[in-house]
Ligand binder design. Structure first.
Ligand code: LLP
Length: 455
């Protein structure tokens, strides 16, 4: 389904602002999309994805920029990012599969194996046979052994635990977490050992996700340590053999402002500080970065319709048709997403509610339809006095939004529309109740087939 119309993008086409706020989206366009496609509905603007890619490439002109696919794996987004010239960083066989389908060839694929299930390693070793330029980033010596068992002896990047991390929440602060990477003081030896069996092309560390401007010192510390490691490998003390690296990958994590008044990250300044901290890199060794959130977060909104307005002694609870199964981040990380009331609802007597501009701001909690107390999209928000039927836009929902959606409470996942140069296309249809039982019905059919075959 497709409706060519004005884009929901803000007007000035020759500008590429550092951030797109929920207030920048064209309200009429969002109302039309919700009316056509119903709610809950994700809207992802590919033009904004392209702008974000452009700003990253401009800030890191000499670096290899790899999109962390896990932030949004939709095919249309992957194709836009591929066309923009970024590589793909994939966390699973499924992500590698989707990146391949979207046209990334092996030389642009980086698979980061974290305690990889055998099925994932089997799959990736199979892909590598056809795409030998693919790189596997490995955070444990066990993973190297398991790759060799599968006949893989190709390009390997050694993931390091740099001992320093950063991020918007402890659950996504990665750098110091023992789960990830080979401890820093063993990393050089591990890389040299690996180089005897594989083509070791890089070293890697990731501080965490959603690094805000106050945490840039930790990020710089990580980058500096990775520069030291690269120099030690290229030109070792003592009689160790040098390792011929192509790159130092310092991960992703570039934060985006979620609060309406939070300043955007000064990306050119962060890039400059990163280059300075990693320098001097030996000849032939490039910098690499792996942003996910920065590419897609402010390119997406989640549209949801108010179905209940309940005054209580403490607060007004606004019930909406989207909740934690559509956007998990508030429930999981207490994450803040801006919410804008686009109006369109009814009075209790059935008449049109006043335009939002004429309504008073009211403190509310916006809660979803899931039977769980944590199921909120926002608490203590000042929203233009909400009415039943109003449309809400939940902003900065393009990263880790649809991606973390689930069917908990047997709720079908929402639809997603991509905007591309003014055209809206449904890129993920709304799930139906039938979709909830597909795998059960298929299992029952398999059982029946086996019984039949056994006769
Ligand atoms: N590289 C690696 C190895 C990663 O593990 C990640 C994210 C990235 C790059 C990209 O980080 P970004 O640039 O997107 O911050 N679900 C959480 C975020 C988890 C991120 C996990 N790893 C959230 O919604 O905040």
């Amino acid at each position: 389904m497709s409706d060519a119309d004005a884009s929901a993008a803000p007007t000035a086409p020759d500008e590429n602002p550092q951030v797109r706020r929920v207030s920048d989206w064209d309200a009429d366009r969002l109302r039309d999309l919700a009316a056509t496609h119903e709610t809950p509905l994700y809207v992802q603007d590919l033009d904004r994805v392209r702008e974000n890619c452009e700003r990253l490439l401009a800030a890191f002109p000499d670096a290899d920029v790899r999109y962390a696919v896990k932030a949004h794996t939709g095919r249309a987004v992957l194709e836009a990012v591929r066309d923009a010239g970024l590589d793909a960083e994939c966390a699973s066989a499924g992500e590698v599969d989707r990146a391949l389908a979207a046209g990334f060839d092996g030389s642009r694929l980086h698979y980061t194996a974290v305690n990889p299930p055998a099925r994932d390693l089997d799959y990736v070793a199979g892909v590598a046979a056809a795409e030998p330029d693919l790189t596997v980033t490995v955070g444990a010596v066990d993973t190297l052994d398991r790759l060799l068992e599968r006949g893989y002896d190709g390009r390997v990047c050694v993931r390091v635990n740099p001992g320093v991390g950063a991020g918007h929440h402890e659950k996504v602060t990665t750098g110091g977490a023992a789960k990830f990477g080979i401890p820093y003081d063993r990393a050089a030896d591990a890389a040299r050992d690996a180089a005897e069996r594989f083509d070791v092309v890089g070293v890697h560390a990731h501080a965490g996700s959603g690094i805000d401007p106050e945490q840039l010192d930790s990020h710089r510390e990580l980058v500096a340590r990775m520069g030291d490691l690269a120099r030690e490998l290229a030109d070792p003390d003592g009689d160790a053999a040098p390792v011929d690296l192509d790159y130092v990958d310092v991960g992703g994590g570039f934060g985006v402002p979620y609060e309406e008044d939070a300043p955007p990250l000064d990306l050119p300044a962060v890039a400059e500080a990163t280059r300075e901290a990693v320098a001097p890199l030996p000849d032939g060794i490039d910098l690499a970065v792996e942003p996910g959130r920065y590419v897609v977060a402010d390119a997406g909104v989640l549209l949801t319709r108010v179905n209940t307005v309940k005054p209580t002694p403490d607060e007004t609870v606004v019930g909406a048709d989207a909740g934690m199964t559509d956007l998990l981040r508030p429930a999981m990380y207490d994450a803040y997403h801006p919410i804008r009331n686009l109006g369109g609802g009814r009075d209790r007597d059935g008449g049109d509610a006043p335009p939002v501009a004429e309504r008073e701001a009211t403190p509310v909690t916006v809660a979803g339809p899931i039977c769980e107390t944590g199921d909120t999209l926002g608490t203590n928000r000042a929203l233009a006095d909400p009415h039943r039927g109003d449309l809400l836009a939940v902003g900065t929902a393009g990263a880790y939004g649809y991606e973390m959606a689930s069917q908990y409470n047997s709720r079908p996942r929402p639809a997603e529309v991509a905007l591309d140069d003014g055209t809206a296309t449904v890129v993920r249809r709304r799930e139906a109740l039938d979709d909830l039982t597909t795998v059960e019905r298929e299992a029952a059919r398999d059982r029946a087939d086996r019984t039949e075959g056994g006769r």
